[in-house]
Design a protein around this ligand. Structure first.
Ligand SMILES: Cc1cc2nc3c(=O)[nH]c(=O)nc-3n(C[C@H](O)[C@H](O)[C@H](O)COP(=O)(O)OP(=O)(O)OC[C@H]3O[C@@H](n4cnc5c(N)ncnc54)[C@H](O)[C@@H]3O)c2cc1C
Length: 429
């Protein structure tokens, strides 16, 4: 029986552990945090268990559906008719369907038609290699024109990627447009999903199954080093001990690998270090009133330095209050990433007040701030060639994170699939 160690108890690590147990391995999972779930982990928001970072499900998330069926929680999936908004020039507009696009003021008719055609083509397209070496900026500008790029896309990319904004892969943007664009009941009606009880329902079900099959989860247990002898992985160092293993599956963010596996060949470590990521801060509000009827509001407004807001309670019913995420994405080297929580809370609330001027401080019931240093990989044109093979030159050591399923964006479904595939590649001993 192979002894498998999985590093990271996000959904990729837990799915890998679950699959390895199904395949007859002995499994230990090491997680640096005090709670499992990684990016999909929950926190206690004044009695409400909710994700630190907003999570929705799309119709194409098949690996999640398959796993939920296996775990006996398929009945926890909920689908909701949702809508999108667009805040622009001081007004909130409906967004995300052809009529809303045509009605939007301040944009030329030709620009709207080009944009509509562009989205239509994105939804029809099934292949991405032709987009792989194009930047999103050039690709979108070519199809939609500068007016549309500057109005819609420039602020979205700028307030997410900052210095990287002009050099983001068109293939990556295309998969994002397609994933949400295809999650619809019909051309006019978007339909998104959530898991009843949040992503924790999936994480808990995985943990229950792992435990029942004899797997062990070690929390507060960062792996300090992956041990290697004669080009073969032999275990990991954690909790001031050596844990032996025949195979190790790492699911931690790639920028951490060179430090955790110092014995990798230098050129291999350089490949990991060449992959950049940006951080994310989510300011989460619990409010007495709703800010808008929309699940997602994109923003293109002078003076507002965020690409959008997510009113989560317009997707998942969480009782009488409104739950709203204000995400700030940026390179962690940006001075704003180190701003104290209260400054970010103030700024985020003033954005919400601009969108809904009826909102007052009395409406705030609670606010929290969640930070993640490696929140999103930066995928530039030609990114596919930068991704190292999952199997490292060290026998028995596999390494992946959310950028390995490029051009798909980070997502629970993709991490589940990747984790299971890695476990299936473990050679039995
Ligand atoms: C703001 C935000 C919004 C999102 N929205 C959605 C959405 O709507 N829908 C969707 O499907 N997906 C969404 N995602 C993406 C989804 O959460 C991720 O794709 C998925 O959770 C990634 O899981 P993972 O296991 O691959 O990685 P992670 O969750 O990053 O797991 C890696 C784990 O490794 C641990 N770790 C790090 N170093 C060590 C160490 N040395 N030793 C041991 N453990 C270590 C970390 O603590 C972490 O738990 C979102 C993510 C973010 C950040």
């Amino acid at each position: 029986m192979s002894r498998v160690i999985v590093i990271g108890a996000g959904v990729m690590g837990l799915a890998a552990a679950y699959q390895a147990l199904l395949d007859g391995c002995e499994v230990d999972v090491f997680e640096a945090s005090p709670v499992p779930g990684g990016m999909a982990a929950h926190f206690d928001f004044g009695g409400l268990s909710i994700e630190r970072f907003y999570h929705f499900v799309c119709r194409s998330d098949h690996p999640t559906f398959a796993l939920m069926s296996e775990l006996g929680i398929a009945d926890k999936l909920r689908w909701v008719e949702t809508s999108m908004g667009f805040f622009h020039q001081g007004r909130l507009h409906r967004w995300g369907d052809p009529i809303s696009l045509l009605k939007l003021p301040g944009i030329s008719l030709i620009g709207k038609l080009r944009y509509g055609f562009f989205v239509f083509l994105c939804l029809q397209r099934n292949h991405w290699p032709a987009l792989e070496h194009k930047s999103a900026r050039k690709w979108i500008t070519r199809y939609c024109g500068k007016e549309i790029y500057d109005r819609f896309w420039h602020p979205l990319l700028d307030f997410k990627y900052y210095e990287y904004a002009d050099n983001i892969s068109a293939a990556w943007i295309w998969t994002r447009i397609r994933r949400v664009g295809k999650s619809r009941k019909n051309i006019m009606q978007e339909e998104l999903g959530y898991i009843d009880g949040g992503s924790k329902t999936l994480v808990d079900a995985l943990l229950g199954e792992i435990e029942q099959r004899g797997g062990r989860l070690h929390l507060n247990a960062p792996v300090e080093r992956v041990a290697i002898e004669n080009d073969q992985v032999t275990g990991v160092n954690a909790l001031a001990k050596r844990f032996p293993a025949d195979a190790v599956i790492s699911t931690v963010p790639i920028p951490l690998i060179a430090g955790m596996v110092p014995d990798l060949p230098p050129q291999w470590k350089a490949r990991y270090s060449a992959i950049h990521s940006i951080g994310v801060i989510c300011v989460i509000f619990k409010l007495k009133r709703s800010v808008s009827p929309h699940f997602w509001v994109n923003i293109s407004e002078a003076g507002i330095e965020i690409p959008g807001i997510i009113e989560f309670s317009n997707l998942r019913n969480v009782g009488d209050n409104s739950i709203l995420y204000v995400p700030y994405y940026m390179p962690v080297t940006n001075a704003k990433f180190s701003l104290p929580d209260d400054r970010l809370r103030e700024e985020a609330f003033s954005c919400l007040q601009q969108i809904n001027p009826a909102l007052t401080r009395d409406d705030i019931m609670d606010v929290r701030v969640g930070r993640l240093k490696h929140g999103q990989p930066v995928c530039e044109p030609g990114f596919a060639a930068k991704i190292p093979p999952i199997q490292t030159p060290i026998h028995g050591l596999q390494v992946a994170d959310t950028c390995f399923y490029y051009p798909e964006d980070r997502g629970i479904a993709e991490s589940v699939q990747m984790g299971r595939n890695m476990a299936r590649s473990v050679e039995s001993t």
